[in-house]
Design a protein. Structure first.
Length: 238
C-alpha cells in the first residue's frame, strides 16, 4: 500500500466527510418523501406542506455541507502554509495570507455553484418523484424501499451518471487538492522553495517546479486524484 503525507490523508478525510454529509442529506430527502406519501394518504399532510419540508431540509443541509467545506478549505490553507514554513524555515508573509484567503473564497464559490446546485436538483427530483407516486396511487413507502426507488444522480455533459454523493466527493476532493497546491506553490515559492514533489497517486515521487505544475495539473491533480504537492525537502510519509 502506498504511503502518503499527513496532509494528503487529511484532505482525503475531508473530501470523504463531504460525501458523508451529502449522503445524510439524501437520506433525509427519502425520509421526507416516505413521511409525505403516508401523510397525504391519511390526511395529515398536504403536498404544499411536504414541498416546504423538502425545501427546508435542502436549505439546511446545503448550509451544513458548504460551511463544512469552507472549514476544510481554511484547514487546507493552514496545512499548506505550515508546510512552506517548515521547509523554508521562514514565516508566512501578509501577501501569502492574502492569497490564501482569496483562494478560499474562490474555491468556496466554486463548490457553492457545483455541490450546492446539485443539492437543489436532488431536492427538485424528490418533489417530482413524490408527485408521480401520488398520481400512480402509491400511498406508502419506507425509507429503505426508497433507497432503490428514489435514486439521485449527477449527469455530466456526455450523459454519464454518478451518484450525487460521489459527485460531492469528487468536487470536494478536486477543490481541496487544487487549493492546497495553489497556496503551497505561492507561499513556498515566496520563501525561496523551487522544487516540489508529487505526494500520492500514480505519479508519486515525481519532482517538478512551479513552471511544471500546469503541465501536470489535468493529468495528475484531477477530480479523482489521490495526489498532492509537497515541498521536495519536506517530503516524508506516514
Amino acid at each position: 500500500m502506498q504511503s502518503v503525507s499527513a496532509d494528503n490523508l487529511l484532505i482525503t478525510a475531508a473530501a470523504s466527510s463531504a460525501r458523508e454529509g451529502y449522503a445524510a442529506f439524501l437520506s433525509g430527502l427519502r425520509g421526507v418523501v416516505a413521511e409525505g406519501l403516508s401523510g397525504i394518504s391519511n390526511g395529515t399532510k398536504s403536498l404544499m406542506g411536504i414541498e416546504r419540508d423538502v425545501k427546508r431540509l435542502a436549505d439546511h443541509h446545503e448550509e451544513l455541507v458548504l460551511e463544512q467545506l469552507k472549514r476544510e478549505l481554511l484547514g487546507a490553507s493552514l496545512s499548506a502554509l505550515s508546510a512552506s514554513e517548515r521547509v523554508a524555515g521562514g514565516y508566512t508573509s501578509e501577501r501569502s495570507l492574502a492569497v490564501a484567503e482569496s483562494l478560499v473564497a474562490g474555491f468556496y464559490n466554486s463548490l457553492s455553484e457545483t455541490v450546492g446546485k446539485q443539492m437543489r436538483r436532488d431536492a427538485a427530483k424528490a418533489d417530482t418523484f413524490m408527485r408521480r407516486q401520488l398520481i400512480q396511487g402509491r400511498s406508502f413507502a419506507t425509507t429503505e424501499e426508497l433507497i432503490h426507488d428514489l435514486t439521485f444522480k449527477f449527469v455530466d455533459k456526455s450523459g454519464r451518471e454518478i451518484d450525487s454523493d460521489e459527485y460531492a466527493f469528487r468536487e470536494a476532493n478536486w477543490a481541496l487538492r487544487q487549493h492546497f497546491n495553489s497556496v503551497l506553490l505561492y507561499s513556498a515559492s515566496e520563501l525561496g522553495v523551487e522544487m516540489f514533489v508529487v505526494d500520492g497517486g500514480s505519479k508519486s515521487g515525481t519532482k517538478l517546479t512551479l513552471d511544471d505544475y500546469d503541465k501536470y495539473s489535468g493529468s495528475v491533480f484531477h477530480h479523482n486524484s489521490k495526489a498532492l504537492l509537497q515541498p521536495l525537502t519536506n517530503y516524508s510519509v506516514s
